[in-house]
Design a binder for this molecule. Structure first.
Ligand code: SF4
Length: 265
């Protein structure tokens, strides 16, 4: 591969510096050698649990406060219960349509009501609930797969210069070479984000029309939550055989597929 056909790298750091998402890592090897590959159904199961917990907490609060609220008006608890019932119905209907969009591979909801809207919040809350049970990375892996499937259904295309490939600083040398070769082949600018905040800044400043982002599950879910509402993103998670933030690997075929999905031939 000649140098001219490879994308230019803007910045790279090679030492392990933990991203803040991994602050609590104790240095042990990650489960399954840092490969959190999971079926998308895992996300749907945990998302249902998250919705049920959220609604249950609100119901508990109304139940506890109802006697005091009734002092100000006997009708207040009734109104709150009815509001909760209405919200539950809307939420479960929305979740049903989202699930159907995924299963049928047909966008049944506008993107601002799906993967570029409330889905991002649900993904974030689901990851918090899963984190309490030590399943965060697995559930986030599944969540990103669901997110990508919903995003790809839109069939969005952009010009080569309008796409940005965002990669983290922790890729192994061989993986980085593969990424740069793909970026060079499709003439897509690459940016190495040393921190999540920097990734968000480069998107603000360069204003791409679409982004293909690579990150670990943790960074991906928080990044999508912050950015995907503003710019269309496809995300690709990595494997972390050497632990977090160092020598990460990724599926280069999938990366090329995501770049091709966006770039006009
Ligand atoms: S993307 Fe890489 S550097 Fe960033 S937090 Fe994840 S493992 Fe660490």
């Amino acid at each position: 591969m000649s140098d001219s056909s490879r994308a230019q790298l803007i910045h790279i750091d090679v030492d392990r510096r933990l991203g803040h998402e991994w602050d609590e890592w104790n240095g042990d090897a990650l489960p399954n050698a840092g490969n959190f590959d999971s079926p998308p159904s895992l996300f749907f199961r945990w998302a249902m649990l998250t919705l049920a917990i959220g609604l249950g907490l609100v119901a508990g609060l109304i139940y506890l406060l109802a006697p005091r609220l009734a002092i100000f008006g006997a009708v207040i608890p009734t109104v709150l219960w009815m509001a909760l019932a209405g919200t539950s119905m809307v939420l479960w209907l929305w979740f049903g349509l989202l699930t159907l969009s995924y299963v049928l591979r047909k966008p049944l909801l506008p993107e601002k009501l799906a993967e570029r809207g409330p889905f991002l919040r649900l993904m974030r809350w689901t990851s918090r609930v899963a984190g309490r049970f030590g399943r965060r990375d697995w559930v986030e892996n599944a969540a990103v797969k669901v997110y990508d499937a919903l995003a790809i259904e839109r069939g969005r295309k952009v010009g080569k210069g309008e796409l940005l490939l965002l990669i983290p600083r922790c890729l192994s040398r061989a993986t980085l070479d593969g990424v740069l070769a793909i970026a060079g082949k499709y003439e897509v600018p690459v940016f190495v984000a040393t921190r999540g905040q920097l990734a968000r800044r480069v998107i603000r400043e360069r204003r791409p029309r679409a982004v293909v982002a690579v990150a670990c599950e943790r960074d991906m879910v928080s990044g999508l939550h912050d950015v995907a509402g503003r710019v269309p993103v496809l995300g690709l998670t990595m494997t972390l055989p050497a632990g977090p933030c160092k020598d990460a690997g990724l599926d280069l075929d999938q990366l090329e597929a995501w770049v091709k999905a966006y770039v006009v031939a």
